[in-house]
Write a protein that binds this ligand. Structure first.
Ligand code: PRX
Length: 649
């Protein structure tokens, strides 16, 4: 038996090197690793040269205030100028920036010149609303071009955006507005999902009613559905469309804050991950160019993430646009009107790179090969995966059925906190293995350590740590620097602990093994067990709750809740009611797959809930060691109590 901190018994011996043809034309050649190895800091400086700087930096890295890094110190730039204006100035104004398709099939095509006017008008509108550099703006939008335009408009005037995923509840939006003390919300009447208009504005109304810092709400008309209207509300088409399309981008310091993005940690309170400008954009740009082999003149790139997640920030907005990419943006769900929607989109727009999540890939596998077969996918030349470990079966299916065996797959490991891709194959260089993210990118230093912080050797597992600062690293947790230090830098001294288990195989490839803390990964989205527990306990029927992530064939992990009811609340609908309550409190993605009503919860003598045992029950495994249980009869009670377990709809 393995004695590693985190064990993995999987062995994978298949290798898929890139074709000679792909390798020859690839942006990233093997020399990139040597360049970074020779002088890491100089390497990052040469990557920063990808951007247009208003003033050159004096120092590449200042780590004297560790763990808060400063990159390209003294440099000045405007992020929006880098993503928009400079392409127009270079003569690419007519190049399409966005091919956008709404779920009902309506389309918009926006060139870089048009994007420049739209972003400038939106920037002028924000200024008119009294937003200035450093102010926080919450963005709660569907997948429409205004989402990217709003982000870039903030960046242009130095306002800090906090995008909140449109699937989050009013309460989730409210708490994020409060934490960031945002002054403005940018939203829409609604968006299209699953064939109908789904409202957004009511959640904003509810959140803003309880948010004293919000002064105005800027509303995009997307669905034309009825909305309640208040004095603080203003329509985007009234305000933005009336603005001048001229706006001079102001240069900001390299360390000027660019955005806050909230993510789940091990406690109930989401963390506002803070990213700044120069270093973030450098790494987003560098990774997008090299990992996706982006050829701006000919490629049509498609990242299927929502802008509400970090993948949408770094690989729809900032990375791709800094590289002058032409990309596809799609509003809706993959099975509307049919399960071949994505594949038809790829054929229609001649998509060359597809970047998506394992949960989507597994869903498509389940739906069957007939749907991709309905479309011509031969335009694809590279496939990407992100958000959770991709199992070898799904990797092989992606390669064969979607990639026709001739597209390199890049399995990219990173986090909201890392800002950009950290571990990934280079598509023209690496001989990939199904299920492995392979090796740290040039410029990145990752190690695997044991409980004591000692590096483990090839063939062994442990905890993934990052050992050198990187340009797009988070600069802290908004309003709580002590928590930043405590969460990421206290487990192993001077090393960033990512919260993931990983192992080296015998050949030096990294295999990610999932979270080792109390954070679940559901469909590639992080949700904390504590957060769901707090939501459950806020319901009057619940006395106590414990939540675990159980392996799920499609979503990676499914949320399973064990709940002790208060006396008198044992009625037939209570399970459905609790599931809906969590969806309302946090958002539909946090809705438990199962709620099990139990008489007791297993606890250690110190009162800590033993989630390991609950996970065993949730996954129907034989129970693990129960000797540390305060009362070992509890597990028997729980197993018997499973008769009252409710499952998914
Ligand atoms: O557990 C890892 C998993 O997703 C976590 C980061 O989640 P989030 O901040 O929401 O960002 C997701 C998109 C970057 C990581 O700690 N994860 C992400 N990518 C991979 C992954 N696990 C395995 N393989 C990946 N490629």
């Amino acid at each position: 038996m393995s004695t590693d901190a985190v064990a993995n018994l999987l062995h994978e011996s298949r290798h898929f090197p890139p074709s000679a043809e792909f390798a020859a034309q690839a942006n990233a050649q093997p020399g990139l690793y040597d360049l970074a190895d020779a002088d890491r800091i100089k390497f990052w400086e040469s990557q920063a040269d990808r951007l247009s700087w208003h003033a050159k930096w004096q120092q590449a890295l200042d780590w004297s205030d560790a763990p808060v890094a400063k990159w390209f110190v003294g440099g000045k730039l405007n992020v929006a100028y880098n993503c928009v204006d400079r392409h127009v100035e270079a003569g690419y104004g007519d190049r399409v920036a966005l091919f956008w398709e709404g779920e009902p099939g309506d389309t918009r095509t926006i060139t870089y010149a048009e994007l420049k006017s739209e972003v400038s008008k939106a920037a002028n509108a924000l200024l008119q609303l009294g937003i200035s550099a450093g102010d926080r703006v919450a963005i709660y939008l569907p997948m429409i071009p205004e989402a990217a335009i709003a982000m870039l408009a903030c960046a242009r005037i130095g306002a800090v955006h906090s995008v909140v995923f449109g699937g989050f509840s009013a309460e989730a939006l409210r708490s994020r507005i409060e934490d960031a003390a945002a002054k403005l919300v940018i939203t829409a009447d609604g968006g299209y999902r699953r064939g109908s208009a789904s409202a957004l504005k009511p959640a904003v109304d509810e959140a803003v009613d309880a948010s004293p810092t919000i002064e105005r709400v800027l509303v995009v008309k997307r669905t034309n559905q009825d909305v309640a209207w208040f004095d603080r509300d203003v329509w985007w088409h009234d305000l933005v469309d009336a603005q001048s399309d001229q706006h001079d981008p102001v240069p900001f310091d390299s360390e000027h804050p660019l955005f806050i993005l909230y993510t789940s940690g091990t406690t109930g309170k989401p963390k506002g991950i803070l990213h700044t400008s120069g270093g973030y954009l450098t790494q987003a740009s560098y990774t997008h160019f090299n990992v996706f082999d982006l050829k701006p003149e000919t490629d049509i790139y498609w990242c299927t993430a929502d802008v509400g997640w970090v993948t949408g920030h770094s690989y729809i907005v900032y990375g791709p646009m800094s590289n002058g990419t032409t990309q596809l943006m799609y509003e809706g769900t993959p099975d509307t009107p049919t399960k071949s929607r994505w594949w038809k989109l790829i054929e229609k727009y001649q998509v060359t790179q597809l970047y998506t999540a394992p949960t989507a890939i597994r869903t498509f596998m389940k739906w069957g090969d007939q749907f991709p077969a309905e479309a011509d996918l031969s335009s694809l030349r590279l496939l990407g995966s992100v958000g959770e470990p991709i199992n070898p079966e799904a990797w092989m299916w992606y390669r064969e059925i979607i990639g026709n065996n001739n597209c390199p797959i890049v399995d990219t490991w990173w986090q909201t906190e890392t800002g950009a891709i950290m571990i990934s194959p280079l598509p023209g260089v690496s001989a990939t293995k199904p299920g492995s993210a392979m090796t740290p990118l040039p410029g990145i230093s990752a190690k695997i350590v044991d409980d004591a912080g000692k590096e483990v050797g090839l063939g062994h597992g442990g905890y993934l740590v990052l050992t050198e600062p990187w340009p797009s690293m988070l600069r802290g947790i908004w309003g709580d620097m002590a928590r930043y230090q405590e969460t990421y830098w206290s487990r192993f001294s001077n090393r960033y602990f990512a919260g993931d288990g990983a192992k080296w195989d015998e050949e030096g490839a990294i295999w990610l093994l999932g979270r080792v803390d109390d954070v679940m990964n559901v469909s590639g989205h992080r949700i904390s067990t504590t957060e769901v527990e707090s939501a459950l306990v806020s319901h009057p029927a619940v006395a106590e709750a414990a939540v675990v992530g159980a392996t799920d064939e499609v979503t990676g992990q499914g949320i399973v809740a064990f709940v002790i009811l208060r006396a008198g609340h044992e009625h037939d609908d209570v399970i459905a009611e609790l599931r809906n309550h969590v969806a309302k409190e946090i958002g539909p993605i946090a809705k438990p797959r199962q709620v099990m009503i139990v008489p007791e919860l297993p606890k250690t003598r110190s009162g800590k809930i033993m989630r390991r045992l609950l996970r065993d029950v949730a996954e129907n495994r034989e129970l693990g060691d129960v000797t540390t249980l305060a009362d070992s009869a509890v597990m028997k009670l729980i197993s018997e109590g499973l008769a009252t377990g409710g499952t998914e709809d």
